[in-house]
Design a protein around this ligand. Structure first.
Ligand code: COA
Ligand code: AMP
Length: 628
């Protein structure tokens, strides 16, 4: 048996032994006497009697072991442009002061802190500061609109919101503080305090009672890490579900630290002192796990990059960062590679840079299509591997575990289930399917450490959304198949979640924005394939009878409504007025059938279809590419 198979078998046959062993990667205030508590299944608890502090493990312990002068975080902003390095000692001290500042504002164990910041070091510092004092952070991605931020504030009920005055996108400054003001005007919950990091590009007006970061953090008394229960909440991260209402994925402390520390070596082959770069955003799970927590838990150097993969005026932003900081491993989304390919189709960029430090590239967020895989591999000359996971899982479910044992790469496949994850492919009745047959991907319970513990404040929704469809299994919402070698291929979502440029969105939220327009009677939004972004949302709207309107004007208003209510991240530009939507006889809109058509699958509609002619009339439209 190879190292991978051995680890995989042990993780499923004897999870106690496997995970207590992995727990030694972490320094505990009180080492757990057992790994899994299943007494309240399906609410499993890992390391139930362990005590630890994540910020201590990410920072202090490396300083105490003599690595205080090693770079912990390198911030590089192509947008300012600027760069700044923090050693482990400096980052620990900054985090301790930020934790002290939060404590002085009344934040304590279990209190929530909403973080609304772009890719600046202070976002990472705030997250780690929360974990130092047992507060629960909830980071909101900057590309969401005020309404989405308000929904998260109302659900998380934070004591403090920490924001930046602005974010920087190519060609424009995004004023974050006015978006926060709008959100707080909409939300029914009021935080006790707002702290604002003032950026020179656009400073914000502060109302009485709002604090400038500079006034509260640098002078604060540093806070020591407090011992927390392994099962204490670490963070809430909202993600899109099938309805417009976001789901607050709750992650707990000890299992998260163990899983991420283990994954850094076993999956990514990253060790102490290596330079690691995840090109994502702290607002997504990839950012939480692999910009912030995992690299620091492992004692590596993490690069925090503010900018897009394509720098101005060339396509070389990625190569500059890799060569400048000696990046060993890069983690990015396939869409980023396709953006580079669009600008530099021959892939000549890397030739101008010393990329000798780079030994591998990891891709996730959407399927790594074989053509993008080939192009990136040819261009970079290092293994490029796909791996699959979700906000809910927190770390990879299927991957090429190169730190354990590099496995052959099969383009199009996310490789094999990672130790801890008992992955099965089933049909609608829950029966397991043989190799090669596509079906729903489920994971048998218990989920390993690091996966979601529940949904914040909503155990019932957690069970209903993930655990009720197939007995004893977590439903991933993705479909795919396993082959004879145990390699998993992901085909896409089976629900109404779409993935636009590596950003997970709910079509329900976009539909709600369209439906708020007074002229719209009903609407449907589906994801359609896009050569660069993977998918883009396409809206089909039916107008109320008797409405006379200029269609171009209406379309512009609908696009603006989605930007206003969901945010620019929806990248919503494509909406068409149609006479009717295809439905079942009970009135359910046939979104799945339409999506299949858009993806080129001309499957027969369900027998319950109300009027087949309506679907026929939409076919040419569903095959159309969006207008440029
Ligand atoms: N704050 C404010 N606005 C933001 C934002 C943020 N953090 N992120 C994106 N937006 C805005 C963009 O400015 C753009 O606005 P526009 O309509 O005015 O142009 C809109 O949202 C759409 O942005 P995006 O989809 O990111 O398109 P893009 O062309 O700017 O960039 C990519 C394309 C592929 C480079 C970028 O989407 C990307 O890096 N994606 C990878 C995501 C990822 O890392 N996912 C995690 C898995 S690894
Ligand atoms: P998120 O929760 O934002 O990380 O998005 C998770 C979803 O993105 C998954 O359910 C998949 O649909 C998709 N996804 C992520 N990684 C991959 C991958 N490697 N291959 C295919 N789809 C992926």
């Amino acid at each position: 048996m190879g190292a991978y198979s051995e680890a995989y078998r042990l993780s499923l046959d004897d999870p106690e032994r496997f995970w207590l062993d992995a727990a030694r990667l972490i320094d505990w205030d009180s080492f757990p006497t057992r790994a899994l508590d299943g007494s309240r299944a399906p609410f499993y608890r890992w390391f139930p009697d362990g005590e630890l502090n994540t910020s201590y493990n990410a920072l202090d312990r490396h300083v105490e072991r003599g690595h205080g002068e090693r770079d912990a975080l390198i911030w590089d902003s192509a947008m300012v442009p600027a760069a700044r390095r923090y050693t482990y000692r400096e980052l620990r001290d900054e985090v301790a002061r930020a934790a002290g500042a939060l404590a002085a504002l009344g934040v304590g164990r279990g209190d929530r802190v909403v973080v609304y910041m772009p890719m600046v070091p202070e976002a990472v510092i705030t997250m780690l500061a929360c974990s130092r004092i047992g507060a629960v952070h909830s980071v909101v991605f900057g590309g969401f609109a005020a309404k989405e931020l308000a929904a998260r504030v109302d659900d998380a009920r934070p004591k403090v919101v920490v924001a930046a005055s602005c974010g920087l996108e190519p060609g424009r400054i995004v004023p974050y503080k006015p978006i926060l003001d709008q959100a707080l005007a909409m939300s029914s919950h009021r935080p006790d305090h707002v702290v604002v990091l003032q950026r020179d590009q656009q400073r914000a007006e502060l109302a009485p009672g709002e604090h400038d970061w500079q006034d509260v953090v640098p002078g604060a008394a540093p806070a020591d890490p407090v011992p927390l229960a392994s099962t204490d909440p670490l963070y809430i991260l909202y993600t899109s579900g099938t309805t417009g209402r976001p789901k607050g994925v709750l992650r707990t402390t000890g299992d998260h630290a163990v899983a991420l520390a283990w994954s850094m070596g076993a999956v990514y082959d990253v060790r102490e002192g290596d330079v690691w770069w995840t090109s994502s955003d702290v607002g997504w799970v990839v950012g939480h796990s692999y910009i912030v927590y995992a690299p620091l838990l492992a004692g590596a150097t993490t690069v925090v990059y503010e900018g897009k993969p394509v720098g101005t005026p060339d396509a070389n932003a990625f190569w500059r960062v890799i060569s400048e900081y000696g990046v060993k491993k890069l983690f990015a989304a396939p869409t980023a590679i396709r953006v580079i390919k669009k600008v530099d189709p021959k892939g000549e960029g890397p030739a101008g840079y010393d990329l000798s430090s780079l030994t591998g590239v990891y891709m996730a967020g959407e399927r790594l299509d074989p053509e993008t895989h080939r192009w990136a591999t040819d261009m970079l000359g290092v293994p490029v591997v796909d791996h699959w996971w979700q906000t809910e899982t927190g770390w990879p479910v299927a991957a090429n575990p190169r730190g354990l044992e590099p496995l052959p790469i099969k383009p199009g496949s996310a490789t094999v289930p990672v130790p801890g994850w008992d992955v099965r492919v089933v049909d609608a009745s829950g029966a397991e399917l043989p190799a090669g047959r596509e079906g729903e991907i489920v994971i048998r319970l218990p989920l390993p450490p690091g996966a979601l513990a529940t949904l914040w404040g909503d155990d019932e929704r957690f069970v209903e959304s993930y655990l009720s469809r197939h007995e004893g299994c977590y439903t991933t919402g993705d479909s795919g198949h396993l082959d004879e070698d145990g390699y998993l291929t992901i085909m896409g979502r089976v629900d109404d979640v779409i993935n636009v440029a590596g950003h997970r969105l709910s079509t329900g939220a976009i539909e709600a924005a369209l439906a708020s327009h007074p002229a719209v009677a009903e609407c449907a939004v589906i994801g359609v394939p896009d050569p660069v972004k993977g998918q883009t949302p396409r809206g089909l709207v039916v107008l109320k009878s008797g409405v006379e309107t200029d269609e171009a004007e209406l379309r512009a208003e609908l696009v603006a409504a989605v930007r206003r209510d969901v945010g620019p991240v929806a990248a919503f530009r494509d909406v068409t007025v149609v006479p009717a939507l295809p439905k079942t006889r009970s009135g359910k809109i046939l979104r799945r059938t339409m999506r299949g058509l858009a993806e080129g699958r001309d499957e027969a509609p369900p027998p319950t279809i109300e009027d087949p002619a309506v679907l026929e009339s939409l076919k040419p439209l569903l095959h159309l590419r969006p207008e440029p």
